[in-house]
Design a protein around this ligand. Sequence first.
Ligand code: NAP
Length: 267
Amino acid sequence: MAHTPNPLPDLPRPTKAYHKTVYPYVSPTRPELNVSGKSLFVTGGAGGIGQAICKAFAQAGIERIIIVGRTISTLTEFESRMKSEFPKLEMIVHAASVTDEAAIRSIVRSSGKIDIVVSAAAICHTTTPPSTVATSELSEILQTNTVGPFLVISTILHERSIQGWDHELKIIYVSSALSHTHICHLSGYAASKAAMNLLCLHLSMEWNKRGVSIFAIHPGLIYTTLTGKVFPEDSPIWEDGESHLRGFYFDLASASVVPLISSSVLN
Ligand SMILES: NC(=O)c1ccc[n+]([C@@H]2O[C@H](COP(=O)([O-])OP(=O)(O)OC[C@H]3O[C@@H](n4cnc5c(N)ncnc54)[C@H](OP(=O)(O)O)[C@@H]3O)[C@@H](O)[C@H]2O)c1
């Protein structure tokens, strides 16, 4: 079989151990990581990574998942699969864009107490030299990947203040390693992720003494609808060395929440 060269340089690995599959310490079935009684609010929750996140939290016993995405058919199809796999799970889906201020305010207001937020909704553009990115496309990407996530997170923080909630709130922004590099002609996407990283940092400085932990993470390179528009399914870049990821995790153990992503929903 012909060898396909990897189009991406090796990304920096900040830790010595780099796991590509689920391992016992971060297993959602580990009693210490149980999230029963908690509510998860996830944007882009019916996408490739979003589905895996929801499933991992459901395996860890989450009580309620609220999903925001734009396509109602994808949302309801995922909802019915989750309900048959996790009959005790309460699932609420909303068809709305993260950029729609009125819709987001109303959804957050109707959601009640939220314990964990995962901001995964995003779009990407096709690879093109930086100076050729259409400004209309750049604007749409910044709206969806930066302004939208900021709107969702800040609305939830405001609701928390209004309601006087003081329970712990964990917020995870699904960022990208591309926010730190200049590879693969995805300048608009990279800029949108870098901008939101900084907003997360500033929000964290404002809120971390008030029971709110905010993280921006890179999930690995996973073949999904978003990345499938940029790299072919048989590209050697995918993290498990095959065409799909088998498992990966967000190790936020210090935040006592370790949502572990099972790859089964990606396959
Ligand atoms: N896959 C990777 O290798 C990789 C690497 C680094 C970072 N990420 C990040 O991981 C996150 C999830 O991406 P993915 O790979 O799972 O892609 P995906 O399968 O395309 O999922 C993206 C989700 O976002 C939703 N979405 C897009 N625009 C939206 C909007 N305006 N309002 C509400 N929802 C919207 C999409 O649903 P609708 O179209 O129905 O709205 C979809 O469910 C993204 O933030 C991405 O940047 C992925």
